[in-house]
Design a protein around this ligand. Sequence first.
Ligand code: PHE
Length: 475
Amino acid sequence: MSGQREQFRSRLGFILAAAGSAVGIGNLVGFPVNAAKSGGAAFLLVYAAFVLFICLPVMIAEMSLGRHTQRNPLGAYNSVSHNSGVWRIGGWLAIITPFMIAVFYQVLTVWLLAYFIGALSGNLDAMAQPQYFGEFINSNTVFVYLVVLTILIGFILNSGVQKGIERLAKVLMPTLFVMLLLLTAFVLTLPNALIGVKYYLVPDLAKISPEVISNALAQAFFSLSLGMGILITYGSYVSKRESISGGAKMVALVDTSVAFFAGLLILPAIFVFNPATDTGELTTSSVSLVFTFLPKIFLSLQDVFGYTGANLFASAFFLLVFFAALTSQVSILQVPISAFQDELGYSRLKSVWSLGACAALLVIACTVSFGMVAFFTNFISYGGADKSFFDVVIDVFYDTILPLNGFIVCLFVMYRWKTANWNQELTEGDAAFVGSWTQKYVNFSVKTFIPVVLFLVFINTVCIKFFGFSLTDYL
Ligand code: PHE
């Protein structure tokens, strides 16, 4: 290992960086889509309960494991378990998962950048055409944006945790909050917006079904960046003077608030576009919502404030999501980078290059899997559907593996690291933790029902994705 481990400079810097990781496409798009599909306020309530009662304890477990070991996830599992074979699997999964998530997330981030530039150059009428998205993702322009984005991310990562990631988060996160509030306030002044607000805030409890419940948990888990090794890695850069549980609560609060405001922006915008919207008809896919449906909505705003105004609004929105995606992307790539640094003793520059080269090949394979190259487009079929390479990466690493990783972290912390040692780490920088409600609750929940719930969600997702049925069908 080379010299002393880097650290976040301040508590605020750490919280903004961790929130930067957590706030991403999941909050700004995934959450509103799910909320729109699953009864608005009813979904919001279930989601908030999961964040508080299931995700927060897992987040605390991940961060404290990282800070205790001062390592990347692989090193963290190895050092606590003294290289025991079984636990190594947990470590490897917590490295490979973020790496593969980074691969598909890079593709989405490239599209966001391109849509931002597209709207900024006044191209919204073309972007709102149904065939535009399909043509765009199969055009060579994508590669231009890909190169630009890759260089930008490589540059940030190479600047290090404090000068790269923390500094980026300190600038982009406050900008993002302000933009989100302004856009939301603006949408709320438009005609018919209140129909959307009502749908979003007045709960229809009859809409809560087993499916809504399992979607809400999956969404909360992804949104808080759990099961991706990120919070273990970020924990390893946090000073012993900080309170882990306090930091985790702040990050969860920021992340949930951003999701909440994104709902307050997008749901009313949908009703401004068409006051008679039948939410059951809305798409289930975040990708098609952002890239095909939203441009149509934005274009319709020209009736209210002209074509240029509509383009400006759209570009502000895409820039917002792009910023959120960029801070998430650097956080997730930091996981394998720190593994290269800690485990192989590579310098930061060498780690960034080696990782960038491996990732680039996979990103290209994803980029050409929408029709450009037949092999990657028709990669495999399972669960009754044909899948491209991009689909496989999403199904396996985004949809399926996260709850499994969360399950492993819980077991590891409780049964290998042991409660007493874990609590001792949580007391560092936070004397008030001992005897607090937080302590009682996290100890109890991580030992008992949280791993059970996560394991069931994992099994259920495997059934849905790969075998075409859901356990909830039998409820
Ligand atoms: N929490 C992020 C989101 O909501 C998930 C994520 C984190 C994805 C890091 C990629 C990288 O979008």
